[in-house]
Design a protein around this ligand. Structure first.
Ligand SMILES: [Zn+2]
Length: 162
């Protein structure tokens, strides 16, 4: 017991202490490994769930990446204006894009996944981490929507029905 305590003390003693005022360079990580690319700005729960799914997909040889995760209000506002111009009205645009106050991308609670093979894999397996496709018209859009290992809620036809 004493020997173990002494060893631990030795390990602690040789570990370099962070320099005062050192920049916070440590990237958030999960069990010692970096979070998946594209997860910056997501809620911690989504970043961790997606990272676990991403690693599982990668180890199964499935390509997967985040096309769009966290968006700023300004980015979402630009997409919203573009959507209104493209679809002709706010009502029509809402099927595909929501204003900043309503978008789950702005709140860090959604990821758009590519390529389609990766999204398909996530649709089939994401419930293991609580990740669910939420809209019929967007095969790429996923959110944490269920307790891991249970069942995803029924999909909504599109974002305007939320
Ligand atoms: Zn989306």
């Amino acid at each position: 017991m004493l020997a173990a305590a002494a060893s631990l003390a030795a390990v602690v003693a040789v570990s370099p202490a962070p320099a005062a005022g050192a920049p916070q360079t440590a990237r958030a990580n999960l069990f010692g490994a970096s979070l998946a690319p594209g997860t910056a700005g997501l809620t911690p729960q989504l970043a961790i769930a997606y990272t676990a799914a991403y690693r599982s997909a990668r180890s199964a040889g499935i390509p997967m990446y985040i096309n769009s995760g966290k968006r700023s209000r300004a980015e979402q506002a630009a997409l919203w204006r573009q959507g209104i111009a493209e679809y002709g009205s706010a009502a029509a645009a809402r099927r595909w894009v929501l204003p900043p106050d309503e978008s789950t991308h702005v709140s860090g609670q959604a990821v758009d996944i590519g390529p389609q093979a990766g999204a398909g894999w996530l649709q089939a397996n994401g419930i293991r981490w609580g990740l669910c496709r939420t809209f019929d018209n967007e095969w790429w859009h996923f959110e944490l929507a269920a307790v891991p290992g249970t069942k995803c809620p029924p999909r909504l036809p599109d974002a305007s029905r939320r």
